[in-house]
Every structure is written in structure tokens, then in C-alpha cells.
Design a protein around this ligand. Structure first.
Ligand SMILES: Nc1nc2c(ncn2[C@@H]2O[C@H](COP(=O)(O)OP(=O)(O)OP(=O)(O)O)[C@@H](O)[C@H]2O)c(=O)[nH]1
Ligand SMILES: [Mg+2]
Length: 483
């Protein structure tokens, strides 16, 4: 007699039925990894997958520490039209000899991590093993800036873009501004003027991008066009207009306003709708240290950009009726200062205090809407270790790592092979003074090589990718869904 021929007991039938139902209704959690260009999104997602699928060292990620995660596997992503996040290619770069960071992202991609776990609740355990699909999207950070254009008119976008061009440092905007100054918005529409203006405007945006440690100027597709390279959707530029007047039909102003609206309609709206409108949880990654290095102006720009981008999202506690009909809200929002391995751990509290102040407005809005918010300093992939180095009579808290080739500190130029101990400086205790530039943090740290991941330990086990607080971030972001 085969096992399948045996009559099923009531408990077996119940267990099978509940497992089937559980399989049919595997919940999916959409995690929004939000951040401007180079803030650390791709590295964060890669490290998260690596740690989950490999069972990394995650002592503060409750479900993992309690041994309740039975499996974590990559599965086909839910949207067939979106390419899969190239985890393997990113891991190849990180595991190379010498290790390299993944390349800057040029297109949108998606990944699903299917988690199998046992519940901590006896009743849920009785209902069988549970599964959760974790869905994450990666995209070029430049595109995020465009979310601020949702709901903004051409006239108001133009005024803001022109004001900021006037503040641009070192003559970066001079060619563009002198062109814009000679344009009559009421002149008849002219394709050549549109093309020429868009080209100059794009050059100006690219020049600012190259100079700045943090990218806050859009439109994003002008900097990272993706599949829109050469598209007519990218042939507009800002014009000084009176917001209370409607541009005359057939004028250059009307043409530019129409193209701006098309860009919002055909580029920004679908990007938001397809990837951000249904998020359950969100982590906002901010390269605070990079911005601090750019000085008070860069910090102010970063704050402005983050606040306007985050307005597009819908935080709040999802009501039961909303959850029932598939409506979603972001009910937990984590603000994370990335690359915290660039400073000694004794400064991490201060880094968190600075980020808390920087994201105060956005966090307040989310909190008022009923969402839980949290602030953390982390390094998804820790590239340094810490050491005390004697200098003169005192000990300096230093970080040690392999600076990338060509990086410089003072007269020292690094070759990409040897380790260096670096004293990055201290963050002042008064976060407000650091942000305003009264107590500037002009840190001295190079970009480091990623840590070596490829060699197995003497026991033959693959090494857990080093990180700082990635486990706490995971616990806050998804821990309760695995309870
Ligand atoms: N030391 C250190 N550097 C990091 C870490 N995460 C990111 N970086 C650095 O930041 C750079 C950008 O990281 P990415 O993950 O590519 O950033 P991104 O947000 O995906 O950038 P875009 O794709 O351009 O939007 C990397 O190449 C690294 O130099 C980290 O945890 N530690
Ligand atoms: Mg990226």
C-alpha cells in the first residue's frame, strides 16, 4: 500500500487544505528602496539578497536569529515586462579579484525573494509553514528626482529650475543662462530652438552632476535617458513665464509646456504608478557623509530634493478595508544614512542625529499619517574595519580599508592594493550646527574597495558579507511580516 493510498486523517486533510490555501495566497511585500543617485540602492539590495539567501550574520534580525527562516530563494519577479535585477552580475563584480562595486544603474529592474518561515505563534504554526514574497525594484537614482514633477506645473517647474541655474557655481550655467536670456517665450514655436535649448540645458545639468557629490537636479531622464535616448520627450527646457497666464497657442512657451506635460504623463507617471504606488514599506537611503563633504549648500539642496520627492509617496497606517481591496500604504518608513563604515562607530549616533534633522519634515508628514518611522546609520557592505592608531601622545579612532586606485588624501595617492589606516575626523555633537555649516564636517576619507567575499573560511563555510546594522534594518522593515 502506498502512502498516498492511506486514508487521510482529519488533521492531515486540514493541514493539506491550509497549506494549499497558504500557497494560493502567499502574501507579497513590496519594499521601496528609495534614494538619489549613488546613495547605495544597488549595493543595499545585493547585500540584502546575499545575506538572506546565504544566511548571513544577522543577529538583530529576529526571525533569522530565532532560526525561523527555513529558506530564502530568488524567484521569477511578478512583472514579466520588467527585467530581473542582475544580482548575479553584481555579485560577480563584488567577488572579483580585486573586488569591484556594481556599476551605476541605467534601467529599472525587479527581484523577488521568496521566504519560507515558521511562525512564532502556535496557532499560525498549526496552520503550516508560511511563505512571504519580498519584491524589490532597483532603478537609476536620477529618475527619482522626477517624482517631484508630479502635480507641478510647467511654469512653476521652470521658475524653480531657472532660480537654481542662477545659483550654480563656477559658471557652470553661464552658456545655458545666456541662451535662455535671449529667448522670447512668446515667439512662434520652433523645433530647432527646442533641440538647441534642450541640448544646452542637458549639458548644464551634466556639468552640475559631475561637480556635485549629491545629484539633486533633474529631469532625471536628461541625465540618465535609458531607452529614451534621443526621444522627442526630452526636448524641452525651462522658460521664464508668468504662472497666472496661459501661453499663447503656437508659441514656444506653449510648445515647451506641452512637452513638459508629455514627459510627466508618459515618463514620470508610469514610473511612479508601476513601481512606487503600491509600496508597503520604504527605506530611504541617504549618503549623508557625501553631502556633508559638499558643504552646507549641498546639504540644503539634498534636504529640498528629498522632501519634494517624498511628497509623492503615500505613508500611513493602511486601514483594514484598504488592505482588503488591495489598497496599500507605506506603514513603516526607515531613513538610513548609508556608508557608515566611512566613520568610526563612535560617531554613528551623531550621524543618525544629523539624518533625523535632515529628514524631519518628511518624517513628520509620515508620522502624522500614522506610519512608523525610524532613523539608522548603516553600511550594507562594510568595506572597512576599525583600529586605534597612536599619533603623538594620543590614540586616534581610525578606519582601515583598501582605498580604490587613484584616490588621494593630501599628498598621498593610493594604488588600490594596499590597506591604509585613516582618521576620518569627528562629527560635531550638535547636528544643527553640522547641517548649517557652523561646525562643518570636512571628512577625509577615500572611496574604499568593497570587502573580499570570495574566499571561504578554514571551516569551508562561505563568509557572511560584513555589514553594519543591515540586520536591524531588515528587522524593522520586514520582521513583523515574518512573525
Ligand atoms: N564603503 C561603502 N561604500 C558603499 C556602500 N554602499 C555603497 N557604497 C558606495 O557607493 C557607491 C554607489 O552605490 P550604489 O549601490 O551603486 O548606489 P545606487 O544608489 O544604486 O546608485 P545609482 O544606481 O547611480 O542610482 C558604490 O559604488 C560604493 O562606492 C557601503 O555600504 N559601504
Ligand atoms: Mg544603482
Amino acid at each position: 500500500m502506498r502512502a498516498s493510498d492511506l486514508p487521510l486523517s482529519v488533521t492531515d486533510t486540514w493541514a493539506e487544505a491550509t497549506q494549499r490555501i497558504a500557497g494560493l495566497f502567499t502574501p507579497s511585500l513590496r519594499l521601496g528602496v528609495t534614494g538619489l543617485a549613488r546613495s547605495g540602492k544597488t549595493v543595499f539590495i545585493t547585500a540584502l539578497i546575499r545575506n538572506l539567501t546565504l544566511g548571513g550574520r544577522l543577529p538583530f534580525f529576529g526571525p533569522h536569529a530565532e532560526g525561523r527562516i527555513l529558506a530564502a530563494n530568488l524567484e521569477p519577479q511578478p512583472d514579466d515586462e520588467v527585467p530581473r535585477f542582475d544580482y548575479e552580475a553584481h555579485m560577480r563584480a563584488l567577488s572579483a579579484d580585486p573586488p569591484e562595486w556594481p556599476e551605476s544603474t541605467r534601467r529599472v529592474s525587479e527581484v523577488r525573494v521568496a521566504l519560507t518561515f515558521t511562525s512564532e505563534h502556535p496557532l499560525r504554526r498549526m496552520l503550516g509553514i508560511r511563505r512571504l514574497n519580498l519584491d524589490i525594484v532597483d532603478y537609476p537614482g536620477e529618475w527619482l528626482l522626477d517624482l517631484a514633477m508630479l502635480g507641478e506645473s510647467y511654469a512653476s517647474w521652470s521658475r524653480d529650475a531657472l532660480d537654481r541655474a542662477k545659483l550654480a557655481r563656477g559658471g557652470t550655467a553661464s552658456d545655458w543662462l545666456s541662451f535662455a536670456g535671449g529667448i522670447d517665450p512668446s515667439a512662434p514655436e520652433d523645433e530647432q530652438v527646442a533641440l538647441d535649448g534642450a541640448r544646452r540645458f542637458t549639458h548644464y545639468l551634466q556639468a552640475v552632476r559631475q561637480q556635485s557629490t549629491v545629484a539633486t537636479l533633474g529631469p532625471g531622464r536628461f541625465l540618465m535617458p535609458g531607452d529614451l535616448e534621443g526621444s522627442p520627450l526630452l526636448t524641452f527646457f525651462p522658460l521664464a513665464l508668468d504662472p497666472s497666464e496661459t501661453p499663447v497657442r503656437g508659441s514656444l512657451a506653449a510648445m515647451m509646456a506641452r512637452r513638459y506635460d508629455s514627459y510627466v504623463q508618459h515618463v514620470v507617471r508610469p514610473f511612479f504608478r508601476d513601481h512606487f504606488s503600491r509600496l508597503d514599506r520604504q527605506v530611504v537611503l541617504v549618503d549623508v557623509l557625501g553631502a556633508l563633504n559638499g558643504g552646507a549648500e549641498t546639504i540644503a539642496e539634498l534636504e529640498r530634493a528629498l522632501t519634494s520627492v517624498l511628497k509623492a509617496f503615500r505613508p500611513g497606517a493602511a486601514s483594514w478595508i484598504e488592505s482588503l481591496i488591495g489598497g496599500r500604504r507605506i506603514d513603516r518608513l526607515l531613513f538610513a544614512a548609508t556608508k557608515a563604515d566611512h566613520i568610526h562607530h563612535t560617531s554613528h549616533d551623531r550621524l543618525e542625529a544629523i539624518l533625523r534633522l535632515l529628514t524631519q519634515r518628511a518624517a513628520q508628514r509620515a508620522g502624522d499619517a500614522g506610519a512608523d518611522t525610524h532613523v539608522m546609520a548603516l553600511a550594507a557592505l562594510r568595506a572597512t574595519r576599525e583600529a586605534q592608531v597612536r599619533e603623538g601622545g594620543s590614540m586616534l579612532p581610525c578606519i582601515v580599508g583598501v582605498p580604490l586606485p587613484g584616490e588621494e588624501i593630501g599628498s598621498q595617492r593610493f594604488d588600490g592594493r594596499r590597506e591604509a589606516a585613516i582618521f576620518p575626523g569627528d562629527l560635531a555633537p550638535d547636528a544643527a550646527a553640522v547641517l548649517s555649516g557652523e561646525a562643518p564636517f570636512s571628512a577625509v576619507f577615500p572611496r574604499f574597495r568593497p570587502p573580499r567575499l570570495s574566499s571561504a573560511s578554514p571551516s569551508g563555510e562561505l563568509p557572511a558579507p560584513p555589514h553594519i546594522r543591515l540586520d536591524r534594518a531588515l528587522d524593522f522593515l520586514i520582521g513583523d511580516w515574518l512573525s
